[in-house]
Design a protein around this ligand. Structure first.
Ligand code: C5P
Length: 406
């Protein structure tokens, strides 16, 4: 089974009567999980209005290659990069010929030329145009260029003929598009991840924090999304590029992180606490900047709420995963944390080794679960994130199996 979850489909609409079905096709693609943007050829606008397709896709429709305003918003190269799939439906005989010959004389053909993503065409034309040897030769060449040909279907045609050349139904086209992408391990699952440090204010200009870079949590969010999850990343202040296709909630303090987490874990399948939450916060926050009047200064700290333990204690709780950063007795402390916080998995790492963990590109972890543990070798945080997501997805399906058997 394939899926369009988290995928971006650029729908190319060319001039043909079947263009009226593009409106429903947008709905089907979105229903299968895709984000959709539309490019229309000038002839397509004679059959259906850009406004209709704009309203349905929720994005501006791109029409002209040489339009400075449109190019400034999202130019042809950006559109080409944006798409995971370019689906041309309906694809007229004329557009198929132009695509086949590598022409770039309008926006849609230029985007196709500039793109490295998958391209699929859904031919829609009169049966004689379809049967014409020139059209068939062009299609054969497109197949050799690894362009996917969806359909056409046979039946009544707008011109009164009966035969091959009708555009495939929108629902069938969306299923064919989905089949180009394999279903991820977390397809349709909601994953909530905390990342980065928290900042605990002392006064309007000062705070207590730590050196967490957020890299591990961000890599996990990317890997979960890659696996098809609907990911929410609750992030403390970090110097990282916000990952695409992920809902990011920016927070500062542990209290903010807790309230965002409690809101988002409702209905979530997995919660991963990768944030380095400050254990304590100043008992009070001075309204004005604290002046250096005294030689000594004392700050009273109070304990912060434990976010991961709070989630693990919920009656309806997601599979809950925590991290343990330790400088000694790694397995022992991680096991203690697992039981004390009632977690399903603790990902433990030794922070006394400066080549791994905090702020570094690499990490080496020990996976601690009730009754078992497993060491993973040192690897780059992004590869590690993929391995961890695979492990967590397997844990989720085995826990679901246990619940349904009990
Ligand atoms: O107890 P310790 O802080 O070592 O536990 C680390 C784990 O607990 C991490 O997963 C961290 O994100 C989580 N944690 C939390 N809220 C806190 C402290 C830690 O969610 N206040």
């Amino acid at each position: 089974m394939g899926s369009l979850r988290n995928k971006r489909v650029l729908l190319g609409v060319t001039g043909g009567i079947a263009a009226y079905k593009s409106a429903e096709l947008i709905r089907c693609l979105q229903g299968d999980g895709a984000q959709v943007r539309v490019v229309m050829t000038p002839a397509a606008t004679e059959f259906i209005t850009p406004l209709t397709l704009q309203a349905l896709s929720g994005n501006p429709v791109s029409l002209e290659l040489l339009d400075t305003a449109a190019e400034a918003a999202m130019g042809h190269i950006e559109l080409a990069r944006w798409a995971d799939l370019i689906l041309i439906a309906p694809a007229s005989a004329n557009f198929i010929a132009r695509l086949c010959h590598g022409e770039g004389n309008d926006l849609l053909s230029t985007v196709c030329l500039a793109s490295h993503s998958a391209i699929a065409v859904a031919p829609a034309m009169n049966k004689h145009m379809w049967e014409n040897s020139a059209t068939q030769k062009n299609l054969q060449q497109l197949r050799e260029q690894a362009v996917h040909i969806f359909g056409p279907a046979a039946g009544y045609q707008a011109c009164g003929d009966i035969g091959e050349g009708r555009m495939e139904d929108p629902a069938a086209l969306s299923t064919m598009a989905s089949a180009l992408f394999s279903t991820g391990l977390l397809s349709g699952k909601k994953v909530v991840i905390t990342a980065g440090p928290t900042r605990e204010a002392l006064d309007p200009v000062r705070y207590i924090s730590n050196h967490s870079s957020g890299k591990m949590g961000y890599a996990l969010a990317r890997a979960a999304t890659e696996a098809g999850a609907n990911t929410v990343l609750i992030s403390g202040p970090v110097q990282l590029e916000p990952p695409e296709r992920i809902k990011i909630i920016a927070v500062e303090s542990a209290a903010d992180m807790l309230s965002a987490t409690l809101e988002e874990v409702e209905g979530a399948d997995i919660f991963i606490a990768a944030a380095a939450v400050a254990d304590y916060r100043p008992a009070s926050v001075a309204e004005q900047k604290i002046k250096k009047n005294d030689d000594d200064m004392y700050i009273q700290l109070v304990k912060n709420p434990d976010i991961v333990a709070t989630v693990a204690a919920l009656a309806e709780r997601p599979l809950t995963v925590g991290f343990a950063a330790e400088t000694e007795n790694l397995e022992h402390y991680a096991t203690q944390k697992l039981h004390k916080k009632n977690l399903d998995l603790v990902i433990a790492n030794d922070v006394s080794d400066a080549t791994i963990g905090f702020n570094s590109e690499d990490n080496r972890v020990l996976l601690v679960q009730p009754g078992t543990s497993k060491a993973l070798p040192t690897m780059n945080k992004s590869l590690l994130a993929t391995k961890l997501i695979e492990h967590i997805a397997a844990l989720l399906s085995s826990s679901k199996l246990k619940t349904s058997q009990s």
